[in-house]
Ligand binder design. Structure first.
Ligand code: NOJ
Ligand code: CA
Length: 584
């Protein structure tokens, strides 16, 4: 397939710079990103337009109305570039081409343009830390001699030990196992090693090399020219390595870890910010910065660097009032000095779906503690995921929604092993269940798989099998049910969009029992989440706007959130009446 099932021509690049995408969308609001609701599309699993069982751009184009109805401001597309898919597209062979399984460049341009007519901005995923081993640069490096200019763009090193049999250092891959793979010379003898912090099919680039820097600035321009409103930067804290490639010390000094969060990264992002700022409208840079220190993370958000970064601290927290409050406080305190808005993220294509996580005894998330076969109470998890959605959407800043969370999909934990694709699973020899369980194709309609994911009469099954009970979770089913997760998300985003108290700004905690979080936004908005095992009475003098569980009797159930509007201004001394208690 070259161009999806919809009409279209191959790109000539003629739309670049000025083309079909709506200039007025950019003129509309230069602060849009501070409050934006950004929906993550994992292209392979969103919607399949041509019936080959793989999601594609044609499929996305048929679902733009769905996203507009949901109420999102922007779509972030996970990598759609030419890729052998050794890591779901995070192994890019050509950053300026769309993988034929997904469509064509011309179709991506049309998608960006069509989305803008729905008022939806597009964010693309930039993967700067590594390329695919099929990328022209890496192929040229393999074909060249040790010490050649082609190899200087990567981290090639001779091995240690007499025969060079030992890896250059002991660094480990994020996907388990060593971070080094040995090459073969043209005569078949063992050659140099190359560094890959992820899979061997993802060699790390050498960001000290001027070609690497210039190329990525050109890639940014390529996509900004096509009307994208921003880029999500993959593995943004890993790009720079200490050129001496030393072992990782037990307690590295901040900014001097050999391969993570090094101080030199900031000058790269200052350059990128200058590129983004040279375009009309606000083109944003969003960092995937997975480091534990929230203050170090906020350093990337200084006014001349990135706009926002994913808030992984909050994502990792257990369903626990004190822990979540601590994360909210730490996040807001770290962001305040740099003037950047926080982001709230419940999940993405790398982590266990919230419905599953919150239904487990240990509901925190960390890659290191992920285990298959953990007992899960999905009903409990779904109640909490509903409550968490309202909590996050009420917090100050922007909001990310991973596709399928608005349907309350759970992690699919019983995928047949022979259908798994994630290198995290294979490289850990199965001790890590991998990330396929959150990447199962979405159920749209009907009573049987593919549930409208592929068009009627499609020749191929979805690339991962969908559970049969997802018949109850299709968009079609949920649209008919006012109490469904989808209906909750739609109401939530409608209120969020129309209420000036929500989005960017401040929050003020209201006193409450120990297992309850209550805060006010602006003049009159209140969000209450009940983590306690018993119902709590809602304060009087408030209108109930929305609740994640029935609260029409004036009580907020366990594991539920409510949005209220106070009849009186909360900032003028006449506060809430009635208790916000909780506890046992
Ligand atoms: C983070 C991405 O979200 C993940 O899916 C990918 O495997 C790694 N970066 C490597 O690119
Ligand atoms: Ca397809």
């Amino acid at each position: 397939m070259t161009d999806g099932v919809l009409e279209g021509t191959t790109s000539t690049g003629s739309t670049a710079g000025t083309g079909g995408w709506s200039q007025s969308l950019f003129a509309a609001d230069d602060q849009w990103w501070r409050s934006a609701v950004i929906y993550q599309v994992y292209v392979r699993s969103f919607a399949d337009g041509n019936g080959d069982g793989i999601g594609d751009l044609a499929g996305v184009r048929t679902r733009l109305q769905y996203l507009a109805d949901l109420g999102v401001d922007a779509i972030w597309f996970t990598p759609w570039y030419l890729s052998p898919l050794a890591d779901g597209g995070y192994d890019v062979a050509d950053y300026r081409a769309i993988d034929p399984a997904f469509g064509s460049l011309g179709e991506a341009e049309r998608l960006i343009s069509e989305a803008s007519t729905f008022g939806i901005r597009t964010i693309v995923d930039i993967v700067p830390n590594h390329v695919s081993d099929q990328h022209a640069w890496f192929q040229a490096a393999l074909a060249s001699e040790p010490g050649s200019p082609e190899r200087a763009r990567f981290w090639f090193r001779p091995g240690r030990g007499e025969d060079g049999n030992e890896m250059p250092n002991g660094w480990l891959s994020k996907f388990s196992g060593p971070a080094w793979t040995r090459t073969r010379n043209s005569d078949g003898t063992p050659g140099e090693w190359y560094l890959h912090l992820f899979s061997p099919e993802q060699p790390d680039l050498n960001w000290n090399h001027p070609d690497v820097r210039a190329e990525h600035e050109a890639i940014l321009e390529f996509w900004f020219d096509r009307g994208v409103a921003g880029v999500r930067i993959d593995s943004a804290a890993l790009l720079i390595k200490d050129p001496a490639l030393p072992e990782i010390p037990a307690a590295p000094k901040p900014g001097q870890h050999p391969n993570t969060d090094r101080d030199e990264l900031h000058e790269i992002y200052r350059r990128w910010r200058a590129v983004a700022d040279s375009y009309p409208g606000t083109r944003i840079l969003v960092g995937e910065i997975w480091i534990p220190d929230t203050e170090r993370c906020a350093m990337y958000l200084r006014p001349d660097e990135l706009h926002t970064a994913f808030n992984f601290d909050f994502l990792g927290r257990a369903w626990d009032a004190a822990s979540m409050k601590a994360s909210i406080d730490t996040t807001l305190a770290a962001h305040a000095p740099v003037g950047a808005p926080a982001t709230w993220v419940l999940s993405n294509h790398d982590v266990t779906r919230p419905v599953t996580r919150y239904g487990q005894e240990d509901s925190s998330f960390a890659f290191a503690t992920k285990r298959a076969g953990t007992p899960t109470d999905l009903d409990l998890g779904r109640r909490r995921a509903r409550a968490a959605a309202l909590l996050c959407a009420a917090l100050p800043g922007s909001l990310y929604i991973y596709q399928g969370d608005e349907l309350g999909l759970e992690e699919v934990q019983d995928l047949p092993p022979e259908q798994l694709q994630d290198p995290m699973y294979f490289r850990s020899a199965g001790s890590d269940p991998g990330r396929d369980g959150c990447r199962v194709p979405l159920p749209w309609a009907g009573t049987d798989s593919p549930f409208g994911f592929s068009p009627a009469g499609a020749m191929s099954e979805p690339w991962l099998p969908q559970p049969s009970h997802w018949a109850e979770l299709t968009v079609e089913t949920q649209e008919r049910d006012p109490n469904s997760m989808l209906s909750l998300y739609r109401s939530m985003l409608r209120i969020r969009r129309s209420d000036p108290d929500l989005g960017d700004g401040h929050l003020e905690w209201r006193s409450s029992g120990p297992d309850v979080l209550a805060f006010a936004r602006g003049e009159r908005f209140i969000c209450i989440t009940n983590f306690s095992p018993v119902p709590i009475e809602l304060p009087s003098g408030c209108l109930l706007l929305l609740a994640s569980a029935d609260a029409s009797d004036g009580f907020l159930r366990s594991d539920a959130s409510a949005w209220l509007r106070s009849e009186h201004s909360l900032t003028q001394g006449r506060g809430l009446r009635g208790p916000i208690e909780g506890g046992e």
